[in-house]
Each structure stands twice: as C-alpha cells, then as structure tokens.
Design a protein around this ligand. Structure first.
Ligand code: ADP
Length: 482
C-alpha cells in the first residue's frame, strides 16, 4: 500500500553549524597541533562529502593528553569541593541544551542518523546525563553508604560511532562527578560533536586538562589502553576489540568496564497489544539504522499470532521513510560508513544463502551516500549467521516459539546478553521473563528506552560494568571503609 501523499522535503538548515577546515587535539584546555603531524578526512556518509580534517593522535600525543589529565587531577579537580564540581557539570548540561540544535545538526551530518533522532533523543539525553550526574557530585557518600568514596585518577575512555555525543556524555559525566579527569577518544568516523563539545567546555570554564579529547583510529585507542598513566579504561565498542583490551589490561591493576555487542531478543506473546508491539519492533531494530548495540535484532513471535504480526510489520515497514538525515520526516538515515555497509550487505547475503526468506519494502534510495533498505528475514533457523551474529544494521531476523520456556531457551541461546524486550499484557509474565532472561536490560511493552537514572550494561560477551544511575558511579570511585 502506497502512502496517499508524498511528503514535501523538510530539511533542517545546516548553516547553524560552523565546521572548521581542520582540527587539532584538545589537550590541557586548548587545541594543539598533533605531534604525529597526521590528519585524516571525516565525511558526511549521506553525501560522501568531506567535512573536515581531524588529527590522528599517536603515542606522543596520547602521552601529552594523559599528562595534562594527571596534572589537572592532582592540581585542581580532585581537590575541588564536590559542590563546585557539580556547578561545572550543571553548566555543561545547560550549554548543551542551549546549543542543542547545533549539536543535533552536526551529529546527523557526521554520523548519518535522522535529525529527528539526534534532536529528540541523542542531544536531550546527553544533556540529561550531565544534569543527572551533576546532582550526584556532592552526594557520593549517599550513593555508597558506610564507605568513603574517592576518585580513581585518570580515566581513558573510548567510544563508538553510533551515538557519538551521547556515549561521550555517558562516559564523561560520571567520571567528572566522582572527581576523575579524562582522556576521551571518539570513534574515527564521528569525531565532530566531540570536538564541538570542547567549545562547550571552554564556555563552561572547566579547568584545563580535566577533559582531553584525542581523535584517531584504533591505534590511538590502543595507545590510551596501554598508557601506564591511565588508571581506568571505559570502552564501548565491538566484542572483538573489548577482548583485546581485556588481554592488554590483564595483570596491570587498571580498572576496566566494557560495553560490547548484542543480539537482543524482542519477544512478543499472543496477548500483547499487537499494534503497539509492532511499533516497538520497528523502533527496536530500525532506530538509528539498527546501529544500536541493544537493538532488538531477533524477533521472537508466539506461533499463534505469527501471520498477523508479520503482515502488520511489513505494512508498517512500507511507511518508513529512508533518506536525507537532515530531513525532519526521515525515519531511517544513512549507514555510518562504507565499511559498515559492506558488513551489513555480506551478512544479509549469508541470510539469503542459508535459506531465510527476505523482505524489503519498495524504497527509493539517494544516489550518493551509504544506504541500506530496512530488511526483515523470516524462516530463520537459530543456527543461521543472521540469528547469531551482530549485524549492526537495519536487519531483523524473525523466529517463533510456542511456550514461555521455549522463548527463554531460544532468547538466551546467544553469546551476548545486553538487552531484551517482552511484550505481553500479563505483569506476572513480565516479571518471570525478566528474571530468566540473561540480559542486562529488559524492557517490557517498550523498547530502546533510556534514562540517565537507569543502569545499562551487559552479561557474557556483551561486557561488564554498568553505565547510568548510581551503578554508573561505581566504575569511577575507589571505596574506603568509613
Ligand atoms: P566498530 O566495529 O563498531 O567500529 P570498534 O570496537 O572497532 O567498533 O570501535 C569502537 C572504538 O574502539 C572506536 O573508537 C575505535 O577507534 C576504537 N578501537 C578500535 N580498535 C581498538 C584497539 N585495538 N584498542 C583500543 N581502541 C580501539
């Protein structure tokens, strides 16, 4: 069924953002030239156009950043009254709100996500995280009753490209609230909002060296991990790199938290409100082009409602608008990089070859840029790669079940354990399922819902440690007996 009317283009103006031709590294409160002398081009994945030249930091650059962070930790930040630290965090949060449109446009330009999402989800949640942890800064003794929390030192933080500003907020806000200083590396394809954030820090008059931002690829990340002056590593990214980091850190005494991949089960029971569940399935897998570690990429539908669910799902998929991330009516934006597009295409190919049935709604894609049509696979066996491996794209695999036991067994049949969704009218069933699902986050009758007060993190190969909430502070404090 075609939509009755075509939408007129509704592009968000991009002139609110001033992108510099080139950026240095933000170390000790100012931008400095990279000692490496190397730069690379960061692009707009929707247009395949260059946006800016950013630095590729090397070992000497990382060393400089760690030294600046150490100096700021010992010289000022860890000694500051906690209520003073809170003031800076509140300021950062407010400035992010004030400049939210600028951040939203830049996030969509550099990452490819729809402006509707960066405007309504990424940026407001990033500000909310700073507000939330600002509130904890002078109340740490209440977070850890009968213990004396103290900061750890310098935190090395490495983040991915799917939620660049939001992941920065998840990492920096609790670290600073607890009195640590930071060296953060954004992902190589999405450095620009982190670099714009440096201007927020300047406006907030954060003491120099408290936050240092170094850009570069995995090599820069590896230098941060290996640097002896870093006391704690917080990493969000692939399971493969997470395992490598864990190997490097074994025996060093450095603290580590890992938030890695996922292959979440979204489970729909036959008593679920079906239209609402279909919205949740769509949001679970096509939000942010499926570049979401907690995406509901395996849909489990109870057999008795299978036909009806799939029919509704396909109908809803035909209304998804794929295209220009800066258009306010876009639902699904650009794939973040050529490399990621190739990975998605090859996993989808494997699904077809292994015998699953593919459905893609009719969809006109822009000529330039990286795009992938929202895809659903039915007739999927648990052993297929599309049911086992994280695709990190807009691709859903549908499986069925008859009983709650079968749903649990199949849902837990994965090396990952980050998130899950349960759709049912029965509260008791929600509680029973949540207890048995091996997943760090279980959503009930909703999906992909985030709140700074709620902890997030995984089991098994999805990592360890929690971000968000009171739990998120634990990674950034040493606890002495009171
Ligand atoms: P993805 O496959 O989603 O790009 P990665 O795990 O490769 O995920 O990337 C997540 C972050 O980890 C990025 O900032 C990347 O530059 C960084 N990274 C990649 N390789 C390494 C490494 N060996 N050590 C530390 N960080 C790394």
């Amino acid at each position: 069924m075609a939509t009755a009317w075509d939408y007129a283009p509704a592009p968000e103006a991009r002139d609110i953002v001033r992108i510099q031709e080139r950026y240095g590294l933000f170390i000790g409160g100012k931008f400095v030239e990279p000692l490496s002398g190397e730069r690379y081009t960061t692009i707009d994945p929707a247009r395949e156009e260059p946006l800016s030249e950013v630095a590729q930091a090397n070992k000497a650059d990382v060393n400089r950043a760690v030294k600046a962070a150490r100096g700021a930790f010992e010289g000022s930040w860890s000694k500051l009254r906690p209520s003073e630290r809170a003031k800076y965090l509140f300021r950062i949060a407010r400035i992010l709100q004030e400049r939210s449109r600028e951040f939203a446009v830049l996030e969509s330009l550099n990452g490819g996500k729809p402006i509707r999402e960066s405007r309504d989800v990424d940026v407001p949640l990033a500000a909310a995280h700073f507000f939330y942890y600002a509130g904890w800064a002078d109340k740490l003794e209440y977070a850890f009753p009968n213990r004396r929390p103290r900061p750890i030192g310098v935190a090395g933080q490495i983040i991915p490209w799917n939620f660049p500003l939001l992941m920065l907020a998840w990492k920096i806000a609790p670290a600073l609230a607890a009195g640590n200083t930071v060296v953060l590396k954004p992902a190589e394809t999405t450095p620009l909002t982190a670099l714009l954030f440096c201007d927020v820090l300047r406006q907030a008059e954060l003491p120099p060296g408290v936050v240092n931002i170094v850009t570069g690829d995995g090599r820069t990340g590896a230098e941060i991990v290996a640097h002896p002056g870093v006391d704690k590593i917080a990493f969000t990214g692939s399971t493969e790199v997470g395992k490598a980091i864990q190997r490097t850190l074994a025996g060093t005494g450095k603290r580590l938290t890992l938030e890695l991949g996922g292959k979440a089960a979204n489970i729909v029971f036959d008593d679920a409100p079906l239209d609402q569940a279909v919205e949740g399935i769509i949001n679970g897998i096509y939000f942010n082009q499926g570049h979401v570690c907690c995406a509901g990429s395996r849909l489990f539908v109870q057999e008795s409602i299978y036909e009806a669910t799939i029919a509704k799902l396909k109908r809803r998929m035909r209304t998804l608008r794929v295209g220009d991330p800066l258009d306010k009516n876009t639902d699904v934006g650009a794939i973040n990089s050529k490399q990621q597009l190739e990975k998605i295409a090859s996993l989808v190919q494997s699904g077809v070859e292994e015998g699953a049935e593919i459905y893609q709604p009719p969809c006109k894609l822009p000529e330039r840029g990286y795009w992938f049509v929202p895809t659903v696979f039915t007739n999927v066996a648990q052993s297929y790669r599309i049911a086992q491996e994280e695709i990190f794209g807009p691709v859903l695999s549908v499986l069925t079940f008859r009983t709650p036991d079968e749903a649990i067994e199949k849902a837990n049949n994965t090396p990952y354990g980050l998130s899950a969704g349960v759709w049912t009218e029965k509260g008791s069933r929600i509680l029973a399922m949540a207890q048995r699902l091996r997943a760090g986050v279980v959503w009930a009758n909703t999906y992909n819902r985030f709140d700074p007060a709620s902890p997030f993190g995984g089991y098994k190969e999805s990592g360890f440690g929690r971000e968000g909430g009171r739990h998120g502070l634990e990674a950034y404090v040493a606890l002495d007996d009171a």
